[in-house]
Design a binder for this molecule. Structure first.
Ligand code: KIV
Length: 271
């Protein structure tokens, strides 16, 4: 028996059981085969092929430009790498807001062409019809409330959301609406921790936070940020576990020196 056949896959049911048991869920973004393989083997529960690929992989200022084809390209590489984690793929901007039929068509492409396990989309009550339609095809849906980067031009800033009571109440209503529509989990991005804890206690589905404090059921970070590849981005919520940008610069500078000096390749590094 191969070692891989012994690995128990994480499913949406696993996440529900984890919430029930009070076990925290770990989620990270991934966009390519090599990194996804490392993250999966390190034990992360959920890999999100986020539309943040638009920023960290393609260098765009916002998440809006990334296309469905590009998301499918990233997602299929991640799916090929993964043995254990649940792979959730973002529906990119413009691929689901038109109507629920379009949302389903985009989802079907992601499931068929990339082999994803679930999709995520941003928004509250306004996307409920799409969520219900996607669920009729048997595809699990993760919601996303709070700071929703696809609406950056509506909000104008990436600052903390739902500080005001009216917006906090709307967010709580949206969380209930997404649960009732059938979402298996919910991401809450950049909202006050007290509100995030309240939402996590009020709904039965797992709530995964980014910049939403410790009172939720799990945490998600963008891989490039937590590995220290994006040192120009330092929000308060971000914990860096490595300073990979400097390590890479040092390694590459060393290589350049060795090539220039003739030290590389050495006699044992040639045929
Ligand atoms: O696209 C993304 O990386 C995300 C996370 C920030 C949750 O949606």
């Amino acid at each position: 028996m191969s070692i891989h056949s012994e690995v128990k896959r994480v499913t949406t049911h696993t996440l529900a059981e984890m919430k029930e048991a009070g076990e925290k869920i770990s989620m990270l973004t991934a966009y390519d085969y090599t990194m996804a393989r490392l993250l999966d083997s390190a034990g992360v529960d959920v890999l999100l092929v986020g539309d943040s690929a638009s920023n960290v992989m393609a260098g765009h200022e916002t998440t809006l430009p990334i296309t469905l084809d590009q998301m499918i390209y990233h997602a299929s590489a991640v799916v090929r790498a993964v043995q254990r984690a649940l792979v959730v793929v973002d529906l990119p901007f413009g691929s689901y807001q038109g109507n629920s039929k379009e949302a389903l068509q985009s989802t079907v492409r992601i499931m068929k062409e990339a082999g994803a396990h679930a999709v995520k989309l941003e928004g509250g009550k306004e996307v409920v019809e799409s969520i219900v339609r996607i669920l009729t095809a048997g595809v699990p849906v993760m919601g996303h409330l709070g700071l929703t980067p696809q609406s950056i031009y509506k909000f104008g800033t990436y600052s903390v959301r739902a500080r005001e009571e009216a917006e906090a109440e709307r967010l709580m209503e949206d969380a209930h609406a997404l649960q009732e529509a059938g979402c298996f989990a919910l991401v809450l991005e950049k909202i006050p921790s007290a509100l995030a804890s309240k939402v996590a206690s009020a709904v039965q589905i797992p709530v995964i936070g980014i910049g939403a404090g410790s009172g939720v059921d799990g945490q998600v970070l963008v891989m490039h940020d937590m590995l220290g590849l994006t040192s120009d981005f330092s929000p308060r919520f971000l914990r860096r576990y490595l300073q990979l940008d400097q390590a890479i610069r040092d390694a590459v500078a060393h290589y350049v020196r060795d090539v220039r000096s003739g030290d590389f390749p050495s006699p044992s590094e040639q045929y």
